[in-house]
Ligand binder design. Structure first.
Ligand SMILES: CCC/C=C/C(=O)SCCNC(=O)CCNC(=O)[C@H](O)C(C)(C)COP(=O)([O-])OP(=O)([O-])OC[C@H]1O[C@@H](n2cnc3c(N)ncnc32)[C@H](O)[C@@H]1OP(=O)([O-])[O-]
Ligand SMILES: Cc1cc2nc3c(=O)[nH]c(=O)nc-3n(C[C@H](O)[C@H](O)[C@H](O)COP(=O)(O)OP(=O)(O)OC[C@H]3O[C@@H](n4cnc5c(N)ncnc54)[C@H](O)[C@@H]3O)c2cc1C
Length: 669
């Protein structure tokens, strides 16, 4: 345990901040009352002896990591019920503090299995399944991806063939590539899953639908007849999760196990379809809508660690014989870390918008109004992809900015990275999601040409393209937003024109699309980037906080926008929209903003309000006692339990003796 009070450099950083970080914390968590409740719940979990005594995951092998995560998450599940915590966000605070950086082996049961039953099952199905789910008699997951197909879900090969005589579906994975592969917690933990399969009735394939399948006996936990399943083995991260595989050999399930709230198969095998399309895809949309906030939180943790450590770490005397500088004072270090910090705030704000939009839109869908589904799909897919790309890249920057210590699990960042980066792949591979956004944007562009009204977040496309930016020496938010709108509109138009030109010269629309997927992803990325910038400015402007806090927050927001222009400069200047002088204003503004943010850097990460017990980082400690903590971490390595390891006697000694014997005659010569 490190001792010695707060590191002097870190204490000074907190004194010199120009705003009160608590104000920003209150804004981030939507009010002081919610902050108090968050801290109370986190503290309950942190003080719970079951969680407190558990060993640190970093020193455990995979089986132990799985067992520890399972034990903790089950205890948390029970405590959450005992404490009567019902709000999803409050459950999240408790769970995060109970098992920090440990992915839950019953996570998909809570995040996908139960919500899908709630949204896609009939009232009767809900009455039957939900009580069993809440008591964990049924533990389930979402089994969609197969060995051969993840992205192209219309191409899934698992079949559900209806037998009207027995009134049953026969589930089958008819070939190697059809086996389910990847679903979280499918291998060992769960006893049920939602299976996505091609529905075949009366000899006709109606595409993929959702079925409830019991995979294991609810008492013995043995796999049921016709079902082979197991863990897929170690991965880049998610060590504590049993992502699984599953082979089905003509497994019969009752007709009532098809999710029939929207789509139905009647007893005689007649298929009934609702007016809306793609309603079966809503579970994916739910998770995609939550990912932007989640990945923003991952990055905020990496930023706390890297920024606090950079305030404590001193390296290299600036003038001969002088004091070594805090590495945070190097402009290059600021250029690594402050854009990352700004990105984490930008994504938290985008995530806030996205989740609210999800709730609003799904409430309309529940009432049968499907009009906003395309917007929800495009935004959730786009923000999921954009935020995971941006944040994972920034987490890696944070890790490298901690030098050698960043590479150790003691820093906490490698684990954050490996658990964050699959967000680029799961719930829709990012490039594929960007192409869905592009599809939406091309449609909007066509609608615009036809004079139709566009949804509010693409209204800017209706403005005629200005040829010159309004950017002045004082880089104004309005001109920054307009620059992003300009870039997005221009790239959307460029992609649409390229496709149109190919079609006009005889290509099929599909061929024209496929020959332009790179410009289409440029357009989609520019759209998402614009959306995040605009939303960030709007949220900062609307935020209720004192002037100093708002100024500190606004500096981050500007930095996010300015840095994005510099990173993608080619796209902003390609048509001469920004001239050389204006680019210089922006570059100067970037350096000015780094200097403006510098005194507030530590307060800006303190505002994320992560207790040390959740952060689990020797470098990111609130008190900055990093060196003692690193020494303690090293000492607790299991390799240090014995002074001399058995392997020394087993391997080193014999080889030394053999070499000595071999070399003796040589030595005599
Ligand atoms: C902890 C980790 C847990 C992880 C869990 C997982 O990973 S679980 C596994 C996660 N796995 C994945 O995420 C798999 C990713 N793959 C997919 O989601 C789909 O295969 C796809 C979206 C890529 C294509 O789908 P497709 O071939 O069926 O569609 P298409 O391209 O031919 O377009 C036709 C129309 O459908 C529309 N539309 C499409 N989706 C939606 C929607 N959600 N809503 C509304 N609409 C939607 C689209 O806009 C278009 O409309 P338009 O223009 O005609 O008016
Ligand atoms: C940690 C983790 C957890 C997961 N959990 C689950 C789960 O619980 N349940 C579940 O069902 N699945 C789960 N998955 C699977 C995940 O959803 C899929 O891996 C994901 O949807 C991507 O599909 P894929 O693997 O087929 O990638 P592929 O589509 O094979 O991607 C390979 C490459 O091909 C490119 N590509 C593919 N199609 C196109 C196209 N049309 N146009 C352009 N480029 C294309 C992609 O961009 C990518 O570069 C999980 C995966 C991971 C890593």
């Amino acid at each position: 345990m490190a001792t010695g009070g707060v590191n002097a450099d870190l204490a000074k950083e907190r004194e010199r901040a120009t705003f009160d970080s608590e104000q920003l914390t209150n804004f981030l968590y939507r009010g002081p009352e919610k902050v108090r409740r968050k801290r109370y719940l986190q503290n309950l979990a942190i003080q719970d002896p079951v969680f407190k005594k558990a060993p640190l995951w970093a020193f455990l092998n995979r089986e132990q990591q799985y067992a520890t995560a399972l034990k903790k998450h089950l205890h948390a599940y029970r405590r959450i019920q005992e404490l009567g915590i019902t709000e999803p966000v409050e459950k999240f605070y408790y769970r995060e503090a109970a098992a920090p950086h440990e992915n839950s082996p019953i996570g998909l049961h809570e995040s996908m299995f139960i919500p899908t039953i709630e949204k896609q099952a009939t009232e009767e199905q809900k009455r039957k399944w939900l009580p069993l789910c809440h008591s964990l008699k049924m533990i389930g997951t979402y089994a969609q991806t197969e060995l051969g197909h993840g992205t192209f879900i219309r191409g899934l090969e698992t079949t559900a063939t209806y037998d009207p005589v027995a009134k049953e579906f026969i589930l089958s994975t008819p070939k190697l590539t059809a086996m389910k592969y990847w679903p979280g917690n499918l291998g060992k933990t769960t006893n049920h899953c939602l299976v996505m399969a091609q529905l075949i009735t009366k000899g006709k394939n109606h595409g993929i639908h959702m079925f409830m399948l019991q995979t294991r006996d609810m008492e013995t936990h043995q796999p049921l007849p016709g079902i082979e399943l197991g863990d897929i083995g170690p991965k880049f991260g998610f060590f504590d999760n049993d992502n699984g595989y599953m082979i089905l050999k003509d497994v019969r399930i009752p007709r009532e196990n098809m999710f029939m709230r929207y789509y139905k198969v009647l007893e005689d095998g007649t298929y009934v379809t609702p007016p809306g399309d793609r309603l079966n895809y809503l579970s994916m949309v739910l998770l995609r809508s939550a990912i932007t906030s989640m990945i923003g939180q991952h990055l905020s943790q990496a930023c706390i660690i890297a920024i606090r450590y950079s305030a404590v770490r001193r390296q290299t005397e600036i003038s001969p014989g002088g004091e070594e500088a805090q590495v945070l004072d190097y402009q290059t270090q600021q250029y690594k870390l402050f854009p990352a910090l700004a990105t984490s705030y930008a994504m938290l704000m985008a995530g806030r918008f996205m989740y609210d939009f999800y709730l609003k839109t799904t409430a309309q869908i529940e009432k049968g109004d499907l009009g906003t589904m395309p917007q929800l799909h495009a935004l959730s897919a786009g923000l999921k992809a954009f935020s995971t790309w941006e944040c994972t890249a920034a987490i890696e920057v944070c890790r490298m900015s901690c030098g050698g210590h960043g590479y150790s699990h003691a820093s906490g960042i490698p684990k954050i990275y490996v658990d964050a980066t699959p967000g680029c792949t799961y719930e829709g591979e990012n490039t594929v999601m960007m192409l869905q956004v592009a599809r939406f944007l091309m449609k909007m562009y066509t609608n615009l040409q036809k004079g139709q009204e566009l949804p509010s977040f693409v209204q800017y496309m209706t403005k005629s393209l200005d040829t010159k930016s309004c950017m002045k020496e004082e880089v104004a938010p309005k001109c920054l937003v307009m620059a992003y709108e300009h870039r997005a509109s221009r790239l959307i138009k460029a992609a649409a024109d390229a496709i149109q030109a190919m079609v006009m010269s005889g290509s099929s629309p599909q061929e024209a699309w496929n020959k332009n997927t790179v410009p289409l992803t440029w357009a989609a990325l520019a759209f998402c980037h614009m959306f995040v910038v605009k939303n960030f400015f709007e949220m900062v402007e609307d935020a209720k906080m004192d002037g100093q806090t708002k100024a500190a927050f606004m500096a981050l927001c500007k930095l996010y926008a300015v840095n994005g222009v510099i990173t993608h400069l080619g796209e902003f200047i390609q048509d001469g929209y920004l001239n050389n002088q204006q680019v210089q204003y922006i570059q100067k503004s970037l350096l000015d903003l780094l200097a403006e943010i510098r005194p507030n850097a530590v307060a800006l990460v303190d505002a994320f309000d992560y207790p040390d017990a959740i952060l689990q980082s020797c470098l990111g400690r609130y008190d900055g006692q990093v060196y003692q903590a690193l020494y303690d971490f090293a000492k607790s390595s299991p390799l240090n339990e014995k002074e001399v390891l058995d392997s020394f006697f087993d391997y080193v000694k014999p080889v030394q003796q053999e070499l000595e014997a071999m070399n003796q005659p040589m030595a005599r010569l």
